[in-house]
Design a binder for this molecule. Structure first.
Ligand SMILES: Cc1ncc(COP(=O)(O)O)c(C=O)c1O
Length: 376
Protein backbone atom coordinates (compact mmCIF):
# COMPACT_ATOMS: atom_id res chain seq x y z
CA UNK A 1 0.00 0.00 0.00
CA UNK A 2 1.58 3.31 -1.15
CA UNK A 3 1.05 6.23 1.22
CA UNK A 4 1.99 9.61 -0.31
CA UNK A 5 3.08 12.48 1.90
CA UNK A 6 0.05 14.52 0.89
CA UNK A 7 -3.08 14.12 -1.22
CA UNK A 8 -5.18 17.28 -1.66
CA UNK A 9 -8.81 17.02 -0.56
CA UNK A 10 -11.49 16.73 -3.24
CA UNK A 11 -14.52 18.42 -1.68
CA UNK A 12 -18.13 17.70 -2.70
CA UNK A 13 -19.48 20.26 -5.21
CA UNK A 14 -16.12 21.84 -6.05
CA UNK A 15 -16.44 21.11 -9.78
CA UNK A 16 -20.14 22.11 -9.82
CA UNK A 17 -19.15 25.44 -8.34
CA UNK A 18 -16.39 25.91 -10.94
CA UNK A 19 -18.93 25.14 -13.69
CA UNK A 20 -21.22 27.80 -12.22
CA UNK A 21 -18.49 30.43 -12.61
CA UNK A 22 -18.25 29.63 -16.34
CA UNK A 23 -22.03 29.46 -16.71
CA UNK A 24 -22.40 32.97 -15.32
CA UNK A 25 -19.22 34.29 -16.95
CA UNK A 26 -17.95 35.69 -13.64
CA UNK A 27 -14.41 34.32 -13.61
CA UNK A 28 -12.34 37.20 -12.26
CA UNK A 29 -12.16 38.21 -8.63
CA UNK A 30 -14.75 39.66 -6.24
CA UNK A 31 -17.59 37.53 -7.67
CA UNK A 32 -20.24 35.51 -5.82
CA UNK A 33 -17.87 32.73 -4.70
CA UNK A 34 -15.34 35.27 -3.43
CA UNK A 35 -18.15 36.66 -1.27
CA UNK A 36 -19.17 33.22 -0.03
CA UNK A 37 -15.65 32.08 0.81
CA UNK A 38 -14.76 35.42 2.43
CA UNK A 39 -17.92 35.25 4.54
CA UNK A 40 -17.08 31.76 5.84
CA UNK A 41 -13.52 32.81 6.61
CA UNK A 42 -14.71 35.97 8.31
CA UNK A 43 -17.01 33.89 10.55
CA UNK A 44 -14.05 31.65 11.40
CA UNK A 45 -12.13 34.79 12.44
CA UNK A 46 -14.66 36.38 14.77
CA UNK A 47 -16.13 38.64 12.06
CA UNK A 48 -12.86 40.22 10.89
CA UNK A 49 -12.59 41.48 7.32
CA UNK A 50 -11.08 38.85 5.01
CA UNK A 51 -9.64 39.62 1.56
CA UNK A 52 -8.90 36.63 -0.68
CA UNK A 53 -5.53 36.80 -2.40
CA UNK A 54 -3.61 34.74 -4.93
CA UNK A 55 -1.42 33.19 -2.20
CA UNK A 56 -0.22 33.60 1.36
CA UNK A 57 2.90 35.14 -0.18
CA UNK A 58 0.81 37.89 -1.80
CA UNK A 59 -1.10 38.45 1.47
CA UNK A 60 2.27 38.95 3.19
CA UNK A 61 3.35 41.38 0.43
CA UNK A 62 0.08 43.24 0.86
CA UNK A 63 0.85 43.50 4.60
CA UNK A 64 4.30 44.90 3.84
CA UNK A 65 2.77 47.50 1.51
CA UNK A 66 0.16 48.43 4.13
CA UNK A 67 2.93 49.02 6.67
CA UNK A 68 4.71 51.29 4.17
CA UNK A 69 8.02 49.54 4.72
CA UNK A 70 11.02 51.17 3.12
CA UNK A 71 14.77 50.71 2.75
CA UNK A 72 16.49 50.59 6.12
CA UNK A 73 13.46 49.34 8.03
CA UNK A 74 14.02 46.11 9.95
CA UNK A 75 11.61 43.21 10.11
CA UNK A 76 12.16 40.36 12.57
CA UNK A 77 11.44 36.94 11.05
CA UNK A 78 12.12 33.43 12.35
CA UNK A 79 14.88 31.63 10.46
CA UNK A 80 12.82 28.44 10.71
CA UNK A 81 10.07 29.31 8.23
CA UNK A 82 9.14 29.40 4.57
CA UNK A 83 11.02 31.90 2.41
CA UNK A 84 7.94 34.11 1.82
CA UNK A 85 7.74 35.10 5.51
CA UNK A 86 10.95 37.04 4.80
CA UNK A 87 10.89 37.76 1.06
CA UNK A 88 7.58 39.63 1.13
CA UNK A 89 9.31 42.28 3.24
CA UNK A 90 12.66 42.15 1.40
CA UNK A 91 11.05 43.18 -1.89
CA UNK A 92 9.81 46.35 -0.16
CA UNK A 93 13.43 47.15 0.78
CA UNK A 94 13.35 46.01 4.41
CA UNK A 95 16.26 44.26 6.11
CA UNK A 96 15.50 40.92 7.76
CA UNK A 97 16.70 40.29 11.30
CA UNK A 98 16.51 36.57 11.93
CA UNK A 99 15.07 35.24 15.17
CA UNK A 100 15.51 31.92 16.97
CA UNK A 101 12.56 29.68 17.73
CA UNK A 102 11.75 27.78 20.93
CA UNK A 103 12.59 24.09 20.93
CA UNK A 104 9.24 23.00 22.37
CA UNK A 105 7.04 24.97 19.92
CA UNK A 106 9.25 25.51 16.81
CA UNK A 107 7.92 29.11 16.91
CA UNK A 108 9.27 32.48 18.06
CA UNK A 109 8.48 33.88 21.50
CA UNK A 110 8.79 37.23 23.28
CA UNK A 111 12.01 35.82 24.79
CA UNK A 112 13.64 35.23 21.39
CA UNK A 113 12.36 38.51 19.90
CA UNK A 114 13.07 41.06 22.64
CA UNK A 115 16.88 41.34 22.18
CA UNK A 116 16.43 41.96 18.44
CA UNK A 117 14.24 45.06 18.66
CA UNK A 118 15.96 48.32 17.71
CA UNK A 119 14.76 51.80 16.80
CA UNK A 120 14.62 50.62 13.15
CA UNK A 121 12.32 47.64 13.83
CA UNK A 122 8.99 48.09 12.06
CA UNK A 123 7.45 44.63 12.19
CA UNK A 124 7.64 41.15 13.69
CA UNK A 125 6.50 38.19 11.60
CA UNK A 126 5.01 35.62 13.97
CA UNK A 127 4.73 32.23 12.24
CA UNK A 128 2.35 29.72 13.82
CA UNK A 129 4.35 26.60 12.96
CA UNK A 130 1.94 23.70 12.56
CA UNK A 131 -0.77 25.98 13.98
CA UNK A 132 1.06 26.57 17.27
CA UNK A 133 -0.08 29.99 18.59
CA UNK A 134 2.83 32.45 18.54
CA UNK A 135 1.04 35.78 19.08
CA UNK A 136 1.13 35.54 22.86
CA UNK A 137 0.14 38.26 25.33
CA UNK A 138 3.87 38.80 26.06
CA UNK A 139 4.63 39.31 22.39
CA UNK A 140 1.71 41.75 21.97
CA UNK A 141 2.90 43.73 25.01
CA UNK A 142 6.45 43.86 23.64
CA UNK A 143 5.26 45.03 20.21
CA UNK A 144 3.05 47.72 21.78
CA UNK A 145 5.86 48.94 24.00
CA UNK A 146 8.11 49.46 20.95
CA UNK A 147 5.36 50.54 18.55
CA UNK A 148 6.09 47.64 16.22
CA UNK A 149 3.47 45.83 14.11
CA UNK A 150 2.94 42.08 14.33
CA UNK A 151 2.10 40.27 11.10
CA UNK A 152 0.81 36.79 11.93
CA UNK A 153 1.84 34.28 9.26
CA UNK A 154 -0.94 31.78 9.87
CA UNK A 155 -0.33 29.73 6.71
CA UNK A 156 -0.60 26.55 8.81
CA UNK A 157 -3.21 27.64 11.30
CA UNK A 158 -6.69 27.82 9.78
CA UNK A 159 -9.22 26.29 12.26
CA UNK A 160 -6.70 26.57 15.11
CA UNK A 161 -7.51 28.35 18.38
CA UNK A 162 -5.57 29.70 21.32
CA UNK A 163 -7.60 29.23 24.50
CA UNK A 164 -10.77 29.50 22.45
CA UNK A 165 -9.68 32.54 20.40
CA UNK A 166 -9.25 31.81 16.66
CA UNK A 167 -5.65 31.96 15.45
CA UNK A 168 -5.10 34.89 13.14
CA UNK A 169 -7.21 37.35 15.11
CA UNK A 170 -4.81 38.83 17.68
CA UNK A 171 -2.40 40.76 15.43
CA UNK A 172 -3.55 43.67 13.24
CA UNK A 173 -2.92 41.57 10.11
CA UNK A 174 -2.71 37.84 9.55
CA UNK A 175 -2.30 35.68 6.47
CA UNK A 176 -3.60 32.30 5.30
CA UNK A 177 -2.51 29.85 2.60
CA UNK A 178 -4.66 27.60 0.44
CA UNK A 179 -1.75 25.98 -1.39
CA UNK A 180 -2.29 22.32 -2.26
CA UNK A 181 -0.43 21.20 0.88
CA UNK A 182 -2.82 23.01 3.24
CA UNK A 183 -5.90 21.68 5.09
CA UNK A 184 -8.12 23.71 2.74
CA UNK A 185 -6.89 24.21 -0.80
CA UNK A 186 -7.80 25.80 -4.12
CA UNK A 187 -4.45 24.97 -5.75
CA UNK A 188 -2.80 28.31 -5.08
CA UNK A 189 -4.52 30.89 -2.92
CA UNK A 190 -4.41 32.86 0.27
CA UNK A 191 -6.14 35.49 2.35
CA UNK A 192 -5.40 38.57 4.38
CA UNK A 193 -7.33 38.75 7.65
CA UNK A 194 -7.63 42.38 8.77
CA UNK A 195 -8.28 42.74 12.48
CA UNK A 196 -7.52 46.47 12.60
CA UNK A 197 -10.33 48.07 10.53
CA UNK A 198 -8.19 51.14 9.79
CA UNK A 199 -6.30 49.00 7.23
CA UNK A 200 -9.38 47.82 5.30
CA UNK A 201 -9.89 50.57 2.73
CA UNK A 202 -6.23 50.81 1.75
CA UNK A 203 -5.86 47.00 1.64
CA UNK A 204 -8.70 46.81 -0.90
CA UNK A 205 -6.97 49.44 -3.03
CA UNK A 206 -3.54 47.77 -2.89
CA UNK A 207 -5.06 44.38 -3.76
CA UNK A 208 -6.81 45.94 -6.81
CA UNK A 209 -3.66 47.24 -8.56
CA UNK A 210 -3.70 50.49 -6.60
CA UNK A 211 -7.17 51.49 -7.81
CA UNK A 212 -10.34 52.28 -5.86
CA UNK A 213 -12.29 49.72 -7.92
CA UNK A 214 -13.81 48.03 -4.84
CA UNK A 215 -15.42 51.33 -3.77
CA UNK A 216 -16.72 51.75 -7.35
CA UNK A 217 -18.32 48.28 -7.32
CA UNK A 218 -20.01 49.07 -4.02
CA UNK A 219 -21.47 52.18 -5.67
CA UNK A 220 -19.57 54.53 -3.38
CA UNK A 221 -17.86 56.45 -6.21
CA UNK A 222 -18.81 57.19 -9.89
CA UNK A 223 -15.64 55.99 -11.57
CA UNK A 224 -12.50 54.31 -10.41
CA UNK A 225 -8.93 55.43 -10.83
CA UNK A 226 -5.32 54.87 -9.75
CA UNK A 227 -4.93 56.17 -6.20
CA UNK A 228 -2.07 54.32 -4.45
CA UNK A 229 0.65 51.67 -4.77
CA UNK A 230 -0.71 48.27 -5.57
CA UNK A 231 -0.50 45.00 -7.40
CA UNK A 232 -2.72 42.20 -8.69
CA UNK A 233 -3.39 40.20 -5.55
CA UNK A 234 -7.05 39.34 -6.19
CA UNK A 235 -8.04 35.65 -6.23
CA UNK A 236 -10.11 34.66 -9.29
CA UNK A 237 -13.69 33.51 -8.71
CA UNK A 238 -12.74 30.14 -10.27
CA UNK A 239 -10.33 29.52 -7.38
CA UNK A 240 -12.83 30.99 -4.92
CA UNK A 241 -15.40 28.47 -6.17
CA UNK A 242 -13.12 25.57 -5.21
CA UNK A 243 -12.25 27.32 -1.97
CA UNK A 244 -15.94 27.75 -1.07
CA UNK A 245 -16.62 24.03 -1.59
CA UNK A 246 -13.56 23.11 0.50
CA UNK A 247 -14.53 25.48 3.32
CA UNK A 248 -18.09 24.10 3.35
CA UNK A 249 -16.49 20.66 3.81
CA UNK A 250 -14.14 22.03 6.49
CA UNK A 251 -15.64 20.27 9.53
CA UNK A 252 -15.31 16.88 7.87
CA UNK A 253 -11.76 17.63 6.67
CA UNK A 254 -10.77 18.57 10.21
CA UNK A 255 -12.50 15.52 11.74
CA UNK A 256 -10.56 13.19 9.47
CA UNK A 257 -7.22 14.93 10.03
CA UNK A 258 -7.79 14.80 13.78
CA UNK A 259 -8.48 11.06 13.56
CA UNK A 260 -5.17 10.39 11.76
CA UNK A 261 -3.26 12.74 14.10
CA UNK A 262 -4.64 11.04 17.23
CA UNK A 263 -3.96 7.60 15.82
CA UNK A 264 -0.30 8.55 15.31
CA UNK A 265 -0.05 9.98 18.82
CA UNK A 266 -1.36 6.84 20.47
CA UNK A 267 0.36 4.30 18.20
CA UNK A 268 3.85 5.85 18.28
CA UNK A 269 4.36 6.76 21.96
CA UNK A 270 6.40 3.66 22.91
CA UNK A 271 8.34 3.69 19.66
CA UNK A 272 9.29 7.35 20.21
CA UNK A 273 10.48 6.63 23.72
CA UNK A 274 12.59 3.65 22.64
CA UNK A 275 14.17 5.64 19.80
CA UNK A 276 14.76 9.00 21.50
CA UNK A 277 12.23 10.67 19.18
CA UNK A 278 9.89 13.50 20.26
CA UNK A 279 6.25 13.44 19.16
CA UNK A 280 4.40 16.76 18.63
CA UNK A 281 2.62 16.77 22.01
CA UNK A 282 2.18 20.56 21.76
CA UNK A 283 0.19 20.16 18.52
CA UNK A 284 -2.04 17.38 19.90
CA UNK A 285 -4.21 19.80 21.92
CA UNK A 286 -7.81 19.86 20.64
CA UNK A 287 -7.41 23.61 19.81
CA UNK A 288 -4.71 22.87 17.20
CA UNK A 289 -5.57 22.49 13.49
CA UNK A 290 -3.84 19.13 12.75
CA UNK A 291 -1.97 20.62 9.85
CA UNK A 292 1.35 18.81 10.34
CA UNK A 293 2.67 15.82 12.26
CA UNK A 294 6.32 16.74 12.90
CA UNK A 295 8.56 14.35 14.87
CA UNK A 296 12.04 15.29 16.12
CA UNK A 297 14.48 12.43 15.61
CA UNK A 298 17.62 12.24 17.81
CA UNK A 299 19.97 13.46 15.04
CA UNK A 300 20.40 14.10 11.30
CA UNK A 301 21.55 10.52 10.66
CA UNK A 302 18.45 8.90 12.15
CA UNK A 303 16.24 11.49 10.39
CA UNK A 304 17.73 10.57 6.99
CA UNK A 305 17.56 6.87 7.86
CA UNK A 306 13.88 6.95 8.86
CA UNK A 307 12.90 8.76 5.64
CA UNK A 308 14.81 6.18 3.55
CA UNK A 309 13.47 3.28 5.61
CA UNK A 310 9.84 4.37 5.19
CA UNK A 311 10.29 5.08 1.47
CA UNK A 312 11.48 1.49 0.97
CA UNK A 313 8.01 0.47 2.26
CA UNK A 314 6.25 3.03 0.03
CA UNK A 315 5.52 5.46 2.87
CA UNK A 316 6.61 9.01 2.08
CA UNK A 317 7.92 11.20 4.90
CA UNK A 318 9.60 14.55 4.50
CA UNK A 319 11.72 17.10 6.37
CA UNK A 320 10.88 20.81 6.72
CA UNK A 321 12.60 24.17 6.22
CA UNK A 322 16.26 24.66 5.58
CA UNK A 323 17.12 27.58 7.93
CA UNK A 324 16.88 30.92 6.15
CA UNK A 325 19.70 32.69 8.03
CA UNK A 326 22.39 30.61 6.25
CA UNK A 327 20.70 30.57 2.81
CA UNK A 328 22.16 32.70 -0.01
CA UNK A 329 19.08 34.97 0.16
CA UNK A 330 19.24 35.15 3.94
CA UNK A 331 22.88 36.23 3.98
CA UNK A 332 22.21 38.83 1.25
CA UNK A 333 19.03 40.33 2.69
CA UNK A 334 19.27 39.59 6.39
CA UNK A 335 21.51 39.29 9.39
CA UNK A 336 21.64 37.24 12.55
CA UNK A 337 23.45 37.10 15.82
CA UNK A 338 24.12 33.89 17.74
CA UNK A 339 24.51 30.23 16.84
CA UNK A 340 20.83 29.46 16.13
CA UNK A 341 21.42 26.03 17.61
CA UNK A 342 17.70 25.35 18.16
CA UNK A 343 16.75 26.28 14.60
CA UNK A 344 19.59 24.14 13.24
CA UNK A 345 18.69 21.14 15.41
CA UNK A 346 15.01 21.30 14.50
CA UNK A 347 15.82 21.66 10.81
CA UNK A 348 18.29 18.73 10.93
CA UNK A 349 16.09 16.35 12.88
CA UNK A 350 12.46 17.11 12.01
CA UNK A 351 10.50 14.61 9.94
CA UNK A 352 6.83 14.97 8.96
CA UNK A 353 4.42 12.07 8.61
CA UNK A 354 1.76 11.88 5.88
CA UNK A 355 -1.39 13.73 6.98
CA UNK A 356 -4.29 14.38 4.62
CA UNK A 357 -8.05 14.32 4.77
CA UNK A 358 -8.80 11.13 2.87
CA UNK A 359 -6.38 9.02 4.90
CA UNK A 360 -8.22 6.02 6.23
CA UNK A 361 -7.37 4.58 9.62
CA UNK A 362 -5.74 1.73 7.69
CA UNK A 363 -3.47 4.26 5.96
CA UNK A 364 -2.50 5.94 9.21
CA UNK A 365 -2.13 2.53 10.87
CA UNK A 366 0.19 1.45 8.05
CA UNK A 367 2.40 4.53 8.52
CA UNK A 368 2.59 3.83 12.26
CA UNK A 369 3.35 0.15 11.63
CA UNK A 370 6.22 0.97 9.24
CA UNK A 371 7.67 3.53 11.65
CA UNK A 372 7.36 1.14 14.57
CA UNK A 373 9.66 -1.30 12.85
CA UNK A 374 12.37 1.37 12.44
CA UNK A 375 15.27 1.16 14.90
CA UNK A 376 17.46 4.25 15.06
C1 LIG B 1 4.78 29.53 7.08
C2 LIG B 1 4.48 29.76 5.64
N1 LIG B 1 4.24 31.02 5.22
C3 LIG B 1 3.95 31.29 3.93
C4 LIG B 1 3.86 30.27 3.00
C5 LIG B 1 3.55 30.63 1.56
O1 LIG B 1 2.28 30.19 1.20
P1 LIG B 1 1.78 30.33 -0.31
O2 LIG B 1 2.34 29.15 -1.05
O3 LIG B 1 0.28 30.29 -0.22
O4 LIG B 1 2.27 31.62 -0.84
C6 LIG B 1 4.08 28.96 3.40
C7 LIG B 1 3.99 27.87 2.40
O5 LIG B 1 3.85 26.72 2.67
C8 LIG B 1 4.41 28.68 4.74
O6 LIG B 1 4.67 27.43 5.18
Amino acid sequence: MRIPFNRPTIAPHQLDYVNQTFATGQLSGDGPFTNRASQILSELHGGSKVLLTTSCTSALELSALLLDLKAGDEVIVPSFTFVSSANAFVIMGAKIIFAEVERDTFSISARTIEPLITSRTRAIVAVNYGGQPSVTDDLIALALQHNVAIVEDNAHGLFGHDNGTPLGTKAALSTLSFHETKNITCGEGGALVINDPSFIERAEIIREKGTNRSLFFRGMIDKYTWVDKGSSYLMSDINAAVLTAQLEFGDEIQRRRRQAFDLYMSALGDWAERNGATLPHHLAHSDRPCHLFPILMPNLGTRTAVIDFARASDVFLTFHYVPLHHSPGGTTFGSFDGDFATTQTISDTLVRLPLFSDMTSDDAGRVAEVLSSFRG
